[in-house]
Design a protein around this ligand. Structure first.
Ligand code: NA7
Length: 290
């Protein structure tokens, strides 16, 4: 398939590389052009302007946030440049409201739109081990399946309205953030109680908490290894705000999400926006006087 790919950050770059490796033809665009060099060396065509992506039959966006996606699709005119029946696969973690807006705008322009955010860090993206949560019309998702298979180990379908995938993604990221908060609080407790943090982690992951999130993040926290970031604290803060906005729109109280949001605000306000979100545990440690 010929694919237009916008957004070659920590996640987009390895995902685009895996599409190339699977034999798809790629036209790529990134705001900072130097990030496209590696892909160009591996056979991707580099677009001089984002609207050039619109000559492919399908575009993927993997950008940081609502502002970036709005800028690209509406202000820089990519949506207007897309021909009828072309497909936009939005893989960024964006708001439910923007996803609904995109769905409506694409429908009006007689284009197809699905949301397909991912679970997994850049390492997982490199290893083709992401999980994709897709939502939208079934035939469109089926059409995209070969692309998803090139980037991820498994695709889940959340429902027929694209923004349902965004809800699931935001809910999942809140689950991880609240786990980081509780891990951070308990690592502070065990450390101050004189218990070896690695031993504590072995006990947790060898008994009731054997899921990958506990193993992966527990290791980072036990080693206080928060840089370089796999997922920046400033992006995690964005996601907690989006989860709370989605909850607010449905009149769903999420007090734990409010608490985690405030802790992330604290981290970003202290200059840790570019530190990994597992650095939440570092904030807990600091507050415990460690
Ligand atoms: P990164 O590594 O911060 O990359 C973000 C990408 O978004 C990068 O390509 C940026 O371009 C691009 N970006 C940001 N703002 C804009 C605007 N205004 N216009 C165009 N392009 C923009 O994030 P990740 O790859 O870790 O994450 C991507 C998504 O997955 C995000 O939603 C996460 O929450 C999950 P740049 O290179 O800075 O010029």
């Amino acid at each position: 398939m010929e694919v237009g790919f916008a957004g070659l950050g920590h996640m987009g770059q390895p995902m685009a590389m895996n599409l190339l490796k699977a034999g798809h033809r790629l036209v790529v665009w990134n705001r900072t052009p130097s990030k496209a060099e590696l892909l160009a060396e591996n056979g991707a065509e580099v677009a001089a302007a984002p609207t050039e992506l619109a000559r492919t039959e399908l575009i993927i966006t993997m950008l940081s946030d609502d502002d970036a996606v709005t800028d690209l699709m509406f202000e820089r005119g990519v949506l207007a440049a897309l021909p009828q029946a072309s497909i936009h696969v939005s893989m960024s973690t964006i708001s439910v409201a923007l996803s609904d807006r995109l769905a409506e705008a694409h429908r009006t322009a007689k284009q197809l739109y699905i949301a397909a955010p991912v679970f997994g860090r850049p390492e997982a993206a490199r290893a083709r081990a992401l999980y994709i949560v897709a939502a939208g019309a079934d035939p469109t998702i089926m059409h995209c399946q070969p692309l998803f298979d090139a980037m991820a180990q498994k695709t889940f379908v959340a429902g027929e309205r694209p923004s349902m995938a965004n809800v699931v993604k935001l809910a999942g990221n809140f689950m991880i953030a609240s786990m980081l908060e509780s891990l951070g609080e308990t690592f502070a407790l065990v450390r101050k109680s004189g218990i070896d943090p690695h031993r504590y982690l072995d006990i947790l992951t060898g008994s009731l908490f054997s899921a990958p999130v506990y193993r992966i993040y527990g290791q980072l926290i036990a080693e206080s290894n928060f840089e370089p970031a796999g997922f920046r604290m400033s992006l995690a803060l964005k996601d907690m705000r989006l989860a709370l906005a989605a909850a607010d729109a449905r009149m769903v109280p999420m007090p734990a999400a409010s608490l985690v949001r405030d802790h992330l605000v604290s981290g970003v306000a202290q200059g840790q926006g570019d530190v990994d979100w597992s650095g939440l545990a570092g904030i807990c440690a600091k507050e415990a006087g460690l």
